[in-house]
Design a protein around this ligand. Structure first.
Ligand SMILES: Nc1nc2c(ncn2[C@@H]2O[C@H](COP(=O)(O)OP(=O)(O)OP(=O)(O)O)[C@@H](O)[C@H]2O)c(=O)[nH]1
Ligand SMILES: [Mg+2]
Length: 588
């Protein structure tokens, strides 16, 4: 999605200050970054939201600088590709100031990390963030004492409310041109450093009273136990599914399709047909695959409602911090397919779009796990646009057909994962899954994030969709479809039992995954054919941009292998369904 900025570092002019934001995962670095630069980057309540560095411009009293947000790191001995990005930037030593964000609710761990950062000769200022949450847990910190212990400025902040951030900028420039960093004992062993961090935390932390855990904390505990955590998880997932599927269908049927069919289509058809004579151009614009008809109907009326609701729900789940709780419950199941509970996040993201899922897997600690997640997401997890297309195709005919398609998808995730886990070399190293406190999402941040995702879908999907529809129109109108149809006849008609025109779906499906489904809507298929078409589309091919990301992350050979696997599975399973259904029907 648009928020994963992987550009190279901009060259700063001599006067521009280069500032690096560092800290443990999930301490609020990206919120600090967004507030200081005005650039929206993803933040969410779990470790591993940021998986690459992003940079933006900052200004203070006419002075300019570049701020770099990096993935969170537990220590400077990076164990995941995401952590490596952060550590590399620190070690390159180009930053003139480091802003190290500390978590007021996990002070020991933050101080331990602070000591590692201070070993580098770069001035550091500390931002003690999440103060509101600390206070709600009755943790109070003596800032002056902490400053004295660390020998560096400490500024307390509540980043989501922009509290303390001006002071951060002020101190950043104040420190900027100091010659050296803070003198710390660089010979401490890991154990000695941790002991020191604990003793400092104990000294500066004032816990006024033993407080009762809040309602959210108690609910968080419930979610983590197998009982009632599992029923809660099932309930949450069903409610989410109901909202996305039911809500999307209602939006589509009650609002979007009527607007389209009663207003837009007659309006645009009458304008275009009054201007253009009958012929190919007219048909390409408003015919069976008219660019101005299907190019608008498919993305806006059939897909967008599901995209909006899915990202709405996903963003609430992310910002509340529920996803890692779910990770704990499904950890046992996921470990069988070589995935840790913490990787539930990229996996669920795959139901939105495979790209953030593949990028998000950078937070996983082994190459094997990354490869399993990326292969499974590419193979068997339908993206939200595809889900919208499945519902458009099957929803009005048979809910059972949708259930069958998703059942096949789950089975392939499970069995495919087990096979990959056995086949691929390497270990999946267990990593402790960090459970954040449950939070009530910040409304403003939530809406911004949902909007960002919807906008990025519209930008990324609309143009390829219109172009693809245009391509389909040309192929149909010029009669090319007939020649392509007869070329793939044995496969499409003989093996899959679909009409020859279904080959258009296979052509368009190369561009975007949902386009392997949408053309089937125009073909008057029977239910079996629809299921076969949907299953072929489910596995078929990663869309072009997903293929690009696979190449970037795993190289061309792996991307080609994954694509071969998906296309082979698509035709194999599609054909088996067609032939076994035919066999069963012939018995009766
Ligand atoms: N209540 C409260 N929430 C905060 C504060 N700062 C950040 N958050 C929330 O904490 C969560 C984590 O914030 P991020 O900015 O994503 O954290 P990060 O350090 O960038 O995390 P990684 O990219 O995973 O390393 C989000 O849900 C934020 O909305 C704060 O001061 N108070
Ligand atoms: Mg971040």
């Amino acid at each position: 999605m648009g928020c994963h900025n992987t550009s190279t570092l901009v060259q700063t002019t001599g006067e521009e200050l280069k500032v690096l934001l560092m800290g443990n995962p999930n301490v609020g670095k990206s919120v600090v970054f967004s507030k200081l630069t005005g650039m929206q980057v993803m933040s969410a309540n779990y470790a591993g939201t940021t998986v690459d560095y992003v940079q933006g411009r900052i200004k203070y009293q006419g002075k300019k600088g570049i701020l770099i947000d990096v993935p969170g790191t537990y220590s400077l001995e990076a164990i995941s590709p995401a952590e490596e990005v952060a550590v590399k930037l620190l070690k390159e030593g180009e930053a003139q100031v480091i802003i190290c964000v500390l978590d007021a609710t996990h002070l020991e761990r933050s101080i331990d990390f602070a000591y590692q950062v201070m070993e580098y000769d770069t001035p550091v200022i500390f931002v003690l963030n999440l103060l509101d949450i600390a206070e709600s847990k009755s943790i109070f910190i003596d800032i002056k004492a902490l400053e004295k212990e660390l020998g560096a400025p400490v500024i307390s902040t509540i980043a989501t409310r922009s509290i303390g951030l001006k002071e951060v900028l002020n101190k950043t420039w104040e420190l900027a041109y100091q010659e050296k960093g803070i003198k710390v004992d660089k010979c401490l062993t890991q154990e000695e450093r941790w002991k020191k961090a604990c003793s400092i935390a104990e000294k500066v932390q004032v816990s006024l009273k033993e407080t009762e855990p809040s309602l959210l904390d108690r609910f968080s505990d419930l979610c983590l136990n197998f009982f009632p955590g599992l029923p809660i998880a099932v309930l949450v997932l069903f409610v989410c599914l109901g909202i996305v599927v039911g809500g999307g269908k209602a939006l589509r049927a009650l609002i979007l399709l009527p607007i389209l069919n009663h207003w837009y289509v007659p309006f645009i058809s009458s304008i275009v047909s009054s201007v253009l004579p009958e012929g190919i151009l007219l048909n390409v614009l408003i015919g069976e695959y008219g660019m101005l008809i299907k190019g608008i109907e498919w993305p806006f009326a059939l897909i967008l409602p599901y995209v909006v609701l899915f990202y709405g729900i996903l963003s609430i789940l992310e910002d509340s911090g529920y996803l890692p709780h779910l990770g704990v419950i499904v950890d046992g199941l996921l470990s069988r397919i070589g995935i840790q509970g913490s990787s539930i996040v990229p996996f669920i993201m795959g139901y939105g779009c495979a790209i953030p899922a593949i990028l998000g897997s950078r937070a996983a600690t082994s190459h094997k796990e990354r490869l399993i997640i990326s292969t499974l997401v590419t193979l068997a997890v339908p993206c939200i646009a595809q889900t919208g297309a499945f519902i458009a195709l099957l929803g009005n005919h048979s809910m059972l057909a949708i259930v069958i398609v998703y059942f096949i998808s789950f089975s392939f995730i499970l069995f495919g994962g087990m096979i990959l886990n056995k086949m691929l070399k390497g270990e999946v190293s267990p990593m402790l899954l960090e459970i954040p406190s449950l939070l009530i999402p910040n409304e403003q941040a939530l809406f911004k994030k949902i909007w960002l995702r919807i906008r990025s879908f519209m930008v990324e999907a609309e143009l390829p969709m219109i172009l693809a529809v245009g391509l389909a129109a040309v192929v149909v109108e010029t009669g090319m479809l007939n020649s392509i149809g007869s070329l793939v006849q044995p496969l499409v008609v003989g093996w899959l039992g679909l009409p020859p025109e279904a080959s258009i779906a296979l052509i368009l499906g190369i561009i975007r995954r949902e386009l392997a489904v949408l053309p089937l809507l125009e073909l008057n298929l029977n239910t079996l054919q629809m299921v076969v078409g949907a299953v072929v589309a489910l596995f078929y091919l990663p869309c072009l941009s997903v293929f690009g990301i696979l190449v970037k992350e795993f190289r061309l050979k792996a991307a080609m292998l994954i694509s071969f696997l998906t296309i082979f599975t698509a035709f194999l399973v599609g054909g088996i369904i067609h032939h076994s259904a035919k066999l069963i029907l012939s018995l009766f």
